[in-house]
Design a protein around this ligand. Structure first.
Ligand SMILES: [Zn+2]
Length: 69
């Protein structure tokens, strides 16, 4: 063993070094980052597929009869 190797995990959200000991938000650096990650995951899961556009509003041009008596 070559001395103590510092175990420095990175926050998945902001990629900052995470304080591991006494950190209730592991593996995130803070609760804020934890919520951000969860929010991203939730939005990904509940993403609503784009609704198909309805048919264009009827713009039927009535052809007027030409050629009056
Ligand atoms: Zn973070």
């Amino acid at each position: 063993m070559l001395g103590a190797v510092t175990f420095a995990p990175r926050c998945p959200t902001c990629h900052e070094p995470v304080v591991w000991e006494g950190n209730p938000s592991r593996p995130f650096c803070s609760e804020r980052c934890r919520l951000v990650d969860f929010g991203a995951w939730a939005s990904e899961r509940y993403r609503v597929p784009g609704e198909p556009a309805e048919g264009e509003s009827g713009t039927d041009d009535d052809s007027d009869e030409s050629g009056s008596a």
